[in-house]
Design a protein around this ligand. Structure first.
Ligand code: NAD
Length: 361
């Protein structure tokens, strides 16, 4: 009965999804489920990160892969990059011992190689460039963001942060007339890989940075060693700031949090920040300018794919990330203002126009 209910829910998740293909593997030695969701190959070979974590149940893992893969299609399309959207989820049953984790990653790499180029991957939540080195032992040449020592572009986090920083400056220009973060208050939610780099860039440029975290070690580093103002997670949404930069979790902008916001703009790296599309309208009604997540957080993929597939240097990658994100966000803010729609709707229109030509869905 339980099994029937589970399969029934997975069946409806797949039927309601508008993507192309899902590859499913139950990895018996580790008990992990692997889902590779290829949402679209319309603009080119499908690519997207590998998320590895424990989920409450297998449907939640599948749903995450399906939603994230769609986001990748929009991300590549909005960025004007010749790739299709995909995402992999490796749903592990709790923490794995180092050896069984390595063996799982190698079996996963072999599966990617079997797909013969349908799917390319790099790191996402729960995986690192070191993991990409392991996956590449069986999955090359379809693995990007390996460590620099192994010939890859390394951690995409700082490139993603560069893009978010660019977007925040652009927003300051639109809101305050000067493209500078100097003396602007920015609240960064999550001081991890991207958030930590972003905090460094903001401080260097003279912003007043506040941060929210749940990791004790990171709280100590940023609050006690660097002297930043720490905001408890329970107070994050109601804390006054110029820019709120979500760099931790998805679905943080919703019917419950948006009415509490006291910021002028939202611009951060987290994927799927809006819980529903209606939340874009809620933000607009509050007069809060929203930088669509998949546009402002594209710096990592732009830079890494450019370095690994087009031979860019790191400097060139930084420059291209800045130029690309400036151009796309500018276009989105302009068309949202001109057409009286949300920035989320304007971003979707831009992505659709690149996916389907001039015809919007
Ligand atoms: P990360 O795991 O290194 O950092 C996330 C941080 O958020 C962690 O330090 C964690 O402790 C903290 N956190 C978790 N829950 C929190 C809460 N309730 N309040 C405050 N902090 C909390 O991840 P990352 O690589 O920095 O990515 C951050 C986000 O950006 C994710 O949503 C990711 O999908 C997205 N993203 C990352 C990249 C990239 O290049 N790494 C690219 C695009 C999008």
């Amino acid at each position: 009965m339980e099994r029937g209910v589970t399969l029934g829910r997975m069946d409806s998740l797949l039927k309601d999804w508008d993507g192309e293909t899902v590859i499913v593997r139950h990895d018996k030695p580790s008990g992990a489920w692997i889902f590779i969701a290829v949402h679209s190959t319309r603009l080119g070979p499908a690519a997207g990160g590998t998320r590895m974590k424990a989920y409450p149940d297998v449907q939640a893992a599948l749903l995450d892969a399906l939603r994230l893969s769609e986001g990748m299609t929009f991300k590549f399309a909005a960025s004007g990059m010749p790739f299709g959207g995909a995402k992999a989820v490796v749903a592990i049953p709790g923490n794995l011992e180092r050896e069984s984790r390595t063996a799982l990653l190698q079996r996963y790499g072999a599966l990617i190689r079997q797909l013969g180029g349908l799917f390319r991957t790099g790191p996402d939540v729960g995986t690192t460039p070191d993991d990409m080195d392991v996956i590449a032992t069986t999955g090359a040449p379809y693995i990007v963001s390996r460590t620099v020592g192994a010939g890859g572009a390394g951690d995409p986090g700082p490139l993603t942060a560069r893009g978010v920083f660019t977007g925040i400056k652009l927003l300051c220009g639109r809101l305050f007339g000067v493209e500078s973060v100097s003396n602007r208050t920015v609240l960064v939610q999550g001081a991890g890989d991207v958030g930590g780099s972003l905090i460094g860039m903001l401080r260097e440029a003279g912003a007043e940075v506040q941060f929210s975290e749940v990791n004790d070690g990171l709280i100590r580093t940023f609050r006690d060693e660097l002297g930043l103002r720490y905001v408890h997670p329970s107070a994050t949404y109601s804390t006054e700031c110029d820019i709120f930069a979500p760099c931790a979790l998805g679905a943080v902008l919703n019917a419950e949090t948006i009415p509490r916001l006291k910021c002028r703009a939202v611009a951060g790296s987290a994927n799927n920040q809006l819980e529903t599309q209606a939340d874009a309208e809620r933000l607009r009604a509050m007069g809060i300018l929203y930088a669509p997540d998949y546009v402002i957080n594209a710096g990592g993929v732009i830079g890494v794919l450019g370095m690994e597939l087009q031979g860019w240097t790191r400097d060139k990658a930084d420059g291209e990330v800045v130029a690309n994100i400036r151009r796309n966000l500018d276009q989105i803010f302009e068309s949202a203002a001109a057409e009286g729609v949300t920035t989320d709707a304007a971003a979707r229109k831009l992505a659709d126009s690149r996916l389907f030509g001039a015809v919007s869905r």
